[in-house]
Design a protein around this ligand. Structure first.
Ligand SMILES: NC(=O)c1ccc[n+]([C@@H]2O[C@H](COP(=O)([O-])OP(=O)(O)OC[C@H]3O[C@@H](n4cnc5c(N)ncnc54)[C@H](O)[C@@H]3O)[C@@H](O)[C@H]2O)c1
Length: 270
């Protein structure tokens, strides 16, 4: 296998999964490790990220777990310091943390603020903390996880949509501002990805009704021109590409990973 990250150090922020199963953070951390990266796996809840470390260890890769709430500036600064103390550098930052609360304008203002803090402000804090190290190295690749909800109205959730839209513009601004100093910053926009968070949410909506759950999943899959949900590996492969030198001339741009969903006019709202 091509080892695009041999000798490189990658911070994955939000490296766990809110429910058991394969999340975007786990799949990406494993993919980067398979290609040689020393993964610094960051999560607010270390128990949620133990599976990430277990999978990487089982394949002979290197993964350090680090607890950090990425909405807290002091913790973020300490986390990046710990990564640099351990590995001497940071080559890749994947900002993957994200939460959503349903409701659009019925969201409580405090919930709206919380979603913005987690989904947007935390990306600002982590990028700000890695920046001096990447500037000193003269290189670095940042990939931020937005969503097609950042460009299309998909679910009734004001904070999620607004934060994901803002992440796109934040990423473009960072990519352009630091391009001449060797730093690239790109953003991914996943669509319907079959991660535990999504299946849990649909299961929650369906209650105990298994048939309803299956119907809701199938309904969403048929909205996608490709006819199915994406896998967390689809997200991981895109992140690895953007973070690697294969994408060395790709900067300040967005990569949609949605099986054609956002380009289609037939998709239904959730
Ligand atoms: N699954 C999808 O269909 C989909 C689609 C579009 C975008 N996304 C985005 O992908 C990202 C990951 O989603 P997922 O469903 O794969 O993962 P997930 O929600 O299952 O896991 C996210 C991880 O982030 C951690 N986390 C949450 N808040 C944190 C904080 N403040 N500090 C540190 N860690 C924190 C959680 O403990 C968890 O381990 C999110 O940004 C989400 O918006 C997902």
């Amino acid at each position: 296998m091509k080892k695009r990250f041999q000798g490189k150090v990658a911070i994955v922020a939000g490296a766990g999964a809110v429910e058991d199963g394969l999340s975007n953070g786990i799949a990406t951390a494993v993919t980067l490790a398979r290609e040689g990266a020393k993964v610094f796996a960051v999560d607010r809840d270390l128990d949620r990220a133990r599976e990430t470390q277990r999978m990487i260890d089982a394949e002979g890769g290197e993964c350090t777990l680090h607890q950090c709430d990425v909405t807290d500036q002091a913790q973020v600064d300490e986390m990046v310091g710990a990564c640099v103390s351990r590995h001497g550098r940071v080559d890749v930052l994947f900002n993957n943390v994200g939460i959503h609360i349903r409701g659009c304008l019925s969201e409580e203002p405090a919930d709206f603020d919380r979603v913005m803090r987690v989904n947007l402000n935390s990306f600002f804090l982590t990028m700000r903390a890695v920046l001096p190290h990447m500037l000193e190295q003269g290189r670095g690749a940042i990939v931020n996880n937005s969503s097609v909800a950042g460009i299309r109205s998909m679910l009734p959730t004001a904070g999620y949509s607004a934060s994901k839209g803002a992440v796109i513009q934040l990423s473009q601004n960072v990519g352009v501002t630091y391009a001449s100093r060797g730093i690239r910053c790109n953003v991914i926009l996943p669509g319907y990805i079959a991660t535990p968070r999504v299946s849990w949410r649909i299961a929650h909506e369906a209650g105990d009704d298994k048939a309803l759950y299956e119907r809701k999943m199938a309904e969403r899959a048929t909205q996608v021109p490709s006819g199915r949900f994406g896998e967390a590996w689809d997200v991981a492969n895109a992140v690895a590409f953007l973070a690697s030198d294969d994408a060395k001339y790709i900067n300040a741009t967005s990569l949609v990973i949605d099986g054609g969903l956002s380009a289609s006019t037939t998709g239904l709202p959730w």
